[in-house]
Design a protein around this ligand. Structure first.
Ligand code: C5P
Length: 221
């Protein structure tokens, strides 16, 4: 049977990883492939939602029937997320957002100078988009979901992060051996602000995506 529990809903999903430019040819980035975010977008569309996918530096084909908005940096992602979230029923931040960006952008390529040490790279903090979205919801009853990769004390760190971010659900991944970036599988625990935790066994990213939407759908007003 086809589940259409997200019909007439607008959901926003971020995917990929931000890139923070140093100069026209260099950036600080991360290894996020965007596959989990794309799985979330595709499964939401399959369940009947109107989907806005905020894609940060991904190289995946656009999922069918999804509005794709391309962004590069955390600042651009923030702008696009606040705009898209204004009328969204749920926002899922699956993108890996750089915590810091270079304090300065060199408009010309940074050059090495013979006999001179390189200048240190100063960093500044990026805005925490998830925390901001959770604190200023587009409309009442909007569900805000975050992701977190943890290496140790997964549940305790996840709970603390959920509280700090103020989101409704936090999908906590244990980063390790077979759970590598870029793969098609994932394993997670989905923590709820209501104290629930839902383990999702090792499996395809689509299955984790559906587990997230099950919990979101149950919380929608
Ligand atoms: O704090 P941490 O980076 O572990 O949190 C991860 C979650 O927060 C992810 O959902 C990510 O998309 C989101 N995030 C964000 N803005 C940042 C950093 C992370 O929205 N600057």
């Amino acid at each position: 049977a086809t589940v259409t529990d997200l019909a007439d809903r607008h959901v926003v999903v971020s995917a990929g990883g931000t890139r923070e430019p140093l100069d026209p040819v260099r950036f600080l980035g991360n290894r996020s492939s965007g596959k989990q975010g794309y799985a979330l977008a595709a499964t939401a569309a399959a369940r009947g939602a109107r989907v806005t996918l905020l894609a940060a530096n991904t190289e995946l084909p656009d999922p069918a029937g999804v509005d794709v908005v391309r962004v590069a940096t955390a600042v651009q992602l923030r702008e696009a997320a606040l705009k898209a979230a204004a009328d969204a029923d749920a926002v899922v931040m699956a993108a890996a957002v750089a915590d810091f960006r270079p304090a300065e952008y060199a408009t010309g390529k940074i050059k090495k100078v013979e006999g001179q040490e390189p200048a240190p790279v100063a960093l500044v903090r990026n805005p925490d988009i998830l925390a901001e979205l959770a604190a200023h919801r587009g409309h009442p009853g909007q569900i805000v979901v975050g992701f977190a990769a943890e290496t140790d004390q997964v549940l305790a760190n996840g709970r603390a992060k959920l509280a700090r971010k103020g989101c409704d659900l936090l999908v906590v991944n244990e980063v390790g051996e077979r759970k590598v970036f870029g793969g098609d599988t994932n394993e997670a625990v989905i923590l709820g602000a209501d104290g629930t935790d839902t383990p999702v066994p090792y499996g395809p990213k689509d299955a984790l995506a559906d587990a997230v939407w099950d919990l979101v759908a149950a919380r929608l007003p």
